[in-house]
Design a protein. Structure first.
Length: 344
């Protein structure tokens, strides 16, 4: 069987980074690299982004942050609570930590004091999404503990941050008020955060009034639009998934990509781009997929499952919308059995 390939365009990635930075209009870009840079590979992406002026890199977890740190001296941020050994490793590598619970705050302070280090932390206020973060009624106590540790030299409070629910403009406006109240409480306690970050991709793109001094952008930098969202002006998907015809089976052709490669089996009915135009997926098996045939089909013919390059092709999010998920899942599901190929 042939091997499917995720073809990745460095040029498209560079262009997206430039377009996003221009759109942010003064708010710094934190390039989010969770799930191995959305399935594209961290190491090359860090190098390209750094060359394009990116000075902040964000990761969900500490192990990913350490991979980023291994290839850049720029600022690296991990926001998920972690374990004792990972906290130690993050502190040793100069990774900045997002802190949203008293338990984690005490753990980070204790590790810093034990190691004789001073760790940069970003305190998280829960503005309503309830995805980690100090509740507003607990914020003053968290600030007091953090400021006391800052006075002892074990931490630096460099940022305040949160996640938006992005359920409606009204809810996001209310969340911003909670966020700004939290910033004022910290400042009144003598804190001087250098960065404020409330928005991720969608809100940072369409609600500039919600941006802080830093914006966490992940999917959009890779050209992955929001589910049921509009096309992103100036951005393009940086990759395409390509498979080849392995066999003809009557009026159908079998291409070399399937569920074992990460293609969701419930995507039957979606269209793929063939040399003869769009054809419908009939069935997705373990290591291959059956597609409607076309006149003159032969082994080795190139089929594009998603990505730029042919009229009418689906982007990753169009496929995701068929199965009620988000575009990034289509990419992050792709296993190491899909070869990644970089091109300029």
């Amino acid at each position: 069987m042939s091997t499917p390939v995720l073809e990745i365009s460095r040029a498209a990635f560079r262009a997206n980074i430039a377009a996003v930075r221009a759109r942010l209009d003064g708010s710094q870009l934190m390039l989010v690299m969770k799930d191995d840079a959305y399935g594209h590979g961290i190491e090359w992406a860090v190098a390209e982004a750094e060359a394009g002026g990116v000075s902040w890199f964000g990761s969900y977890d500490v192990p990913t942050a350490l991979r980023i740190r291994a290839v850049t001296a720029q600022r690296v941020y991990a926001w998920a609570p972690s374990t004792g050994p990972e906290i130690d490793a993050a502190i040793g590598a100069g990774v900045e930590l997002g802190v949203g619970s008293m338990e984690y705050l005490h753990a980070v302070i204790a590790a810093a004091e034990r190691l004789g280090a001073r760790v940069a932390v970003h305190l998280k206020i829960d503005t309503g999404l309830h995805r980690n973060g100090f509740r507003p009624e607990a914020w003053a106590d968290a600030v007091a503990v953090a400021r006391d540790a800052e006075a002892r030299g074990s931490i630096r409070i460099v940022g305040v941050w949160s996640h938006l629910a992005e359920a409606s403009d009204e809810e996001d406006d209310a969340a911003q008020e909670v966020f700004l109240d939290a910033v004022r409480i910290l400042q009144n306690a003598g804190g001087e955060p250098e960065v404020l970050h409330l928005t991720a991709s969608a809100a940072a793109w369409w609600r500039p009034e919600l941006r802080g001094t830093l914006s966490r952008i992940g999917a959009f930098c890779y050209g992955i639009r929001s589910a049921e969202g509009p096309q992103l002006e100036g951005l393009s998907l940086i990759s395409r998934l390509v498979a080849t015809v392995d066999a003809m089976e009557g009026e159908l052709v079998r291409i070399g990509v399937g569920a074992f490669h990460g293609l969701p089996s419930i995507l039957r009915g979606a269209e793929v781009a063939t040399p003869a135009g769009l054809r419908t997926i009939v069935r997705i098996d373990g290591d291959s997929t059956l597609v409607e045939g076309w006149p003159g089909a032969q082994e080795g013919d190139r089929v594009v499952v998603f990505g730029p390059g042919a009229d009418g092709e689906s982007d990753a999010t169009a496929l995701a919308e068929r199965i009620d998920t988000v575009g990034e899942e289509i990419l992050t599901r792709l296993t190491p059995a899909v070869r990644r190929e970089l091109a300029d």
